[in-house]
Design a protein around this ligand. Structure first.
Ligand SMILES: N[C@@H](CCC[C@H](N)C(=O)O)C(=O)O
Length: 276
């Protein structure tokens, strides 16, 4: 079987995007892992599928798979690439595109100047919704690891995020603590682990160890979760520039019950065909 794909990236968080409307396919976990493999396949952090919508008001269903083959319900950088893909392929000519995901609907909007803004939906802080195995909701939680006690905030953006405040993001133990916490028993569906350094009330540095993909150059939903956690703790203003290893995002959140907005770039790298 031959598959046509497009390789895309948003701040170096990279994707294999497949039009599964005009090329209907169901891939196995092994085939997804193969496509994501940087040595034997195409290579990406996530695979994105463009499918027919479920709801009457949506244009598409946006399906997301991590490099390890797990299906997830949210990917912010991928959402901007999804918007660019459906427009470039002539699948939609709208300036605002509504997509279904497994968790929620997202609105993807083309801005003047070539950037794309995604309405990422309302963040959830209740432990059950994250999900996080604790009995009471709190702004900060603690976990004991071999490396010592870690304090963290937890936020769902449709996917589970941990946010740890660090003094220096460059020397933060992202790979060790990230890998250990991703699969910790506190997180029954695993979690994405963000390490946030606050520069000032309107700027942060962030590195994210992603569930199912290890450390990536940027995580859009992780950037939203970090800003929500920072605002909740009274450390950040409502609009924040997030500096990630692969580039910058603008995140804004007015507060409780309202959606988080994420603005950034999305780029096509190349097109290809691969035999499975
Ligand atoms: N890179 C993404 C998040 C992708 C999914 C994540 N690894 C998960 O398992 O929840 C983003 O930009 O948000």
């Amino acid at each position: 079987m031959k598959i046509n794909f497009t390789k895309m990236q948003g701040l170096g968080n990279d994707f294999v995007v497949i039009d599964a409307i005009n090329q209907p396919i169901q891939l196995t976990i092994e085939q997804i892992r193969f496509l994501a493999d940087r040595h034997f396949g195409v290579g990406c952090d996530q695979l994105l599928f463009v499918e027919k919508p479920i709801s009457a008001n949506a244009e598409f269903k946006y399906r997301i798979f991590n490099a390890d083959g797990s299906e997830v319900a949210q990917c912010g950088n991928g959402a901007r690439c999804f918007a660019r893909f459906v427009r470039d392929k002539g699948l939609s000519n709208k300036d605002e595109i509504i997509v279904d995901t497994d968790a929620r609907q997202l609105a993807l909007r083309f801005d003047a100047g070539g950037l794309i803004t995604v309405d990422m939906g309302v963040p959830a802080l209740e432990p059950k919704q994250i999900p996080l195995n604790v009995s009471e909701q709190s702004k900060l939680y603690k976990v004991k690891l071999a490396e010592g006690e870690i304090e963290f905030a937890a936020v769902s953006m449709g996917n589970p995020h941990v946010v740890i405040l660090v003094e220096d993001v460059v020397s933060a133990p992202v790979l060790t603590i990230g890998a250990r916490l991703e699969c910790h028993e506190l997180f029954p569906e695993r979690a994405n682990i963000g390490f946030m350094q606050i520069i000032n009330r309107r700027q942060i540095e962030l590195r994210v160890y992603e569930r199912g993909a290890a450390e990536t150059l940027a995580c859009g939903s992780g950037a939203c979760a970090a800003v929500v956690a920072g605002i909740e703790q009274g450390l950040l203003d409502q609009e924040v520039q997030v500096h990630l290893p692969g580039g910058e995002l603008t995140i804004s959140w007015v507060g409780n019950g309202l959606p988080v907005l994420m603005t950034g770039a999305a780029t096509t790298v190349f097109e290809g065909q691969i035999t499975l």
